[in-house]
Design a binder for this molecule. Structure first.
Ligand code: 5AD
Ligand code: SF4
Length: 437
């Protein structure tokens, strides 16, 4: 029985794909290796969203070279976004890699490994097949109370900086029936919270029957017996609809949380990014969201140092962040991705300036987060218990419907339960509280 070790880089979609891949391999008789050095098959599910993510994979591949020389029957496979993007090039640079498997071929993984056998070789499997559904078997999960369901694949947006449409192909949605069935089977296994995943989830259903959209999907999944919480990511401001906000307001199991990247607060830069929205449209949208969905928390992503970004543009981003009062924001330094439209523009913001803007934006957000979190002191919040806190094993951690992290003392036996916690102290990232009966 061969053992497999899979390392995942990148987004939640990748984590979900890794789970499905491992599920398939377990079904074929593989077992999970405890660590990479003990595995017969070493796989990487990769991310190409920024150069740094790619470089991390390359450095791991370099490290494996000596081991492969010592142990030629070791199988090394590169999956996912970098595999799709680089293809053959990976074999040229890392001849000790045996298999390169793109973003739409995960379901073929067992066959591919079988074809490689124990002789190794170079097996390239990247295609543009419109695979959207995968067999459902999943490996045992660390936290059986939470799960991701990929509801659509690919993206049709072509924001000028983004590699995703190039590596994950055109958008395609799974049917409502299939998703509901998967949700029900997860709930039957003890799952309480499901996160629906799509690169641009607001256009869910575009490839399906007319009238199917994210709002109808949320309504359908809400009916799954025993499911306590439903989340969905990622939202695009250009495609967000009133129907979705109304569904959020109306359906108690849908968490009042939106991850809706703004990317920039400068209209000039937003145009260069080909985002299809202005700063004003974005701010109006979140005003509407807060009106329709009381207590909604909104999180954003930003890119600093996009080609041509001036101090003035950056200040517009700071102003948008201050006006929007996000619960939290992820800030990234612009990284040119070959093949994207923006990569043809001169990457003219020096790295030092990107770093400085990155830090300034994080500081602004941290200040806002702290002020917003302070409003929670004294409130009783609902928490889905995830397990022991990383920083202090004696305490438990979990999340509120708004996706805030809560740390508190309690018995480890309540893992996976929904409990009430009274908030006593906060930092910009964490709420601390006491379990209430
Ligand atoms: N450079 C920097 N950040 C990027 N993102 C996407 N593409 C790039 C890029 N080329 C960021 C966006 C997106 C998040 C997942 O990654 O903010 O929302
Ligand atoms: Fe996810 Fe995009 Fe990274 Fe691929 S490139 S793993 S889709 S974030």
């Amino acid at each position: 029985m061969k053992s497999v070790f899979l390392t995942t880089f990148g987004c939640q979609m990748n984590k979900a794909d890794s789970e499905l891949s491992l599920g398939l391999l377990l079904e074929r008789g593989y077992r999970l290796a405890g660590d990479e050095s003990a595995a017969d098959v070493v796989l990487f599910n990769t991310c190409s969203v920024r150069q740094r993510a790619e470089d991390r994979v390359y450095s791991r591949l370099s490290q494996l070279k000596a081991r492969k020389t010592r142990r030629p029957d070791l199988v090394i496979g590169v999956l996912g976004c970098v595999a799709q993007k680089e293809g053959e090039e990976i074999f040229r640079r890392y001849p000790h890699v045996d298999m390169v498997c793109g973003t739409r071929m995960f379901d073929k993984l067992p066959e591919l490994l079988e074809r490689l056998g124990s002789n190794g070789g170079h097996l390239l499997a990247v295609s543009d097949e419109k695979v959207v559904s995968y067999p459902r078997r999943r490996p045992p999960r660390e936290n059986p109370h939470q799960a991701y369901i990929t509801v659509m694949r690919g993206c049709d947006n072509y924001c000028s900086y983004c590699i995703v449409p190039h590596v994950r192909g055109p958008e395609i949605s799974r049917t409502v029936e299939e998703i509901v069935e998967e949700a029900q089977s997860l709930v039957n296994e003890g799952c309480k919270e499901i996160t629906l995943l799509g690169q641009n989830i607001n256009t869910y259903g575009k490839t399906l029957e007319k009238g199917t959209n994210l709002a109808t999907l949320l309504r359908a999944v809400s009916k799954v017996e025993g499911l306590e919480r439903i989340r969905f990511v990622t939202s695009h401001p250009k495609d967000m609809t009133i129907e979705v906000l109304e569904a959020m307001a109306e359906l108690p199991r849908v968490c009042k949380h939106l991850h809706m990247p703004a990317q920039s607060g400068s209209d000039r830069i937003l145009e260069g990014m080909e985002r299809g929205h202005t700063a004003q449209h974005y701010l109006e949208l979140i005003r509407l969201a807060r009106k329709l969905v009381p207590d909604i928390a909104i999180a954003s992503d930003f890119i600093v140092g996009f080609p041509g970004e001036t101090e003035e543009d950056f200040e517009a981003t700071v102003r948008l962040m201050e006006a929007a009062r996000f619960q939290n924001s992820y800030v990234f330094k612009y990284s040119p991705r070959p093949g994207t439209k923006a990569s043809e523009l001169l990457d003219n913001v020096p790295l030092e300036l990107k770093k400085e803007r990155n830090q300034r934006l994080l500081d602004v957000q941290s200040h806002i987060s702290l002020e917003e979190n302070k409003k929670r002191v004294g409130q009783i919040v609902e928490v889905l218990v995830e397990g022991p806190s990383k920083s202090n094993k004696k305490r438990l951690t979990g999340r509120t419907p708004q996706n805030q992290i809560v740390v508190f003392e309690g018995p480890s036996t309540i893992k996976g339960e929904l409990v009430k916690v009274k908030i006593e102290e906060v930092t910009s990232l964490t709420l601390f509280g006491r379990l209430v009966a």
